[in-house]
Unconditional design. Structure first.
Lengths: 115, 114
């Protein structure tokens, strides 16, 4: 079952602009993670935000989490052509206060950054 | 360098044939996972293993089988019972399943039925 739903499905921007992707989910979570996938490759872990955190930064990445709205956003600032990839959110469901490490992935946002 | 190695990168299967996808990690991770990705789709969980000699079905386990005889290895067999096996298969691992770590992924195996 797909827990996370990303929005938009595709995003096209110019280099230097900011890119914002959103993720909504349905059930309680232990944490939410964002991954990047270059075409035909495996996924790369970008950032993890726990259910008791509201915002997290890593380099040009900023992630927010609103557990009351069951939503998260990923902001990439000052985008570069090398940021062109698919971005997935993944949720680690809360199984009675514990994690079983079974991530559920959304369908992803395809980001294209034009030089 | 530590990581996850998936092989082969490309695999072609004839109708009615079983094939095995290899996944090896040297990260000393306890938990390993197999996901399937179809074009333009997210990832769906096939099987996972939290410890050696134990594994659990994911959301789409029918037509697949796994083993976990060694900590480093988690091979996936796509059996003839899997009616639509053409997809991109990704193996992942995490240090401990219950501590909320991110996954490390392999580079994937693209399976095509011919």
């Amino acid at each position: 079952s797909q827990q996370g739903e990303e929005d938009p499905q595709a995003l096209s921007i110019q280099e230097g602009e900011n890119a914002t992707m959103n993720c909504s989910y349905k059930t309680s979570i232990n944490n939410l993670q964002w991954y990047r996938q270059n075409s035909g490759r495996g996924l790369v872990h970008l950032i993890l935000i726990r259910s008791n955190e509201r915002e997290k930064h890593s380099g040009r990445l900023r992630v927010t989490l609103d557990t009351s709205k069951k939503s998260s956003s990923l902001l990439i600032t000052a985008s570069r052509a090398a940021d062109t990839a698919s971005y997935f959110c993944a949720t680690d469901p809360d199984a009675g206060g514990t994690s079983y490490g079974k991530l559920t992935f959304g369908q992803g946002t395809i980001l294209t950054v034009h030089p | 360098d530590g990581g996850i190695t998936q092989s082969p990168k490309y695999l072609f299967r004839k109708e009615g044939q079983n094939v095995t996808l290899s996944c090896e990690q040297n990260l000393n991770h306890d938990a390993m996972y197999w996901y399937r990705q179809d074009p333009g789709q997210g990832l769906r969980l096939i099987y996972y293993s939290q410890i050696v000699n134990d594994f659990q079905k994911g959301d789409i386990a029918e037509g697949y089988s796994v083993s976990r005889e060694k900590k480093e290895s988690f091979p996936l067999t796509v059996t003839s019972a899997q009616k639509n096996p053409t997809a991109f298969y990704l193996c992942a691992s995490t240090p401990r399943f219950n501590l909320g770590y991110g996954y490390t992924f392999g580079s994937g195996t693209r399976l095509t039925v011919v």
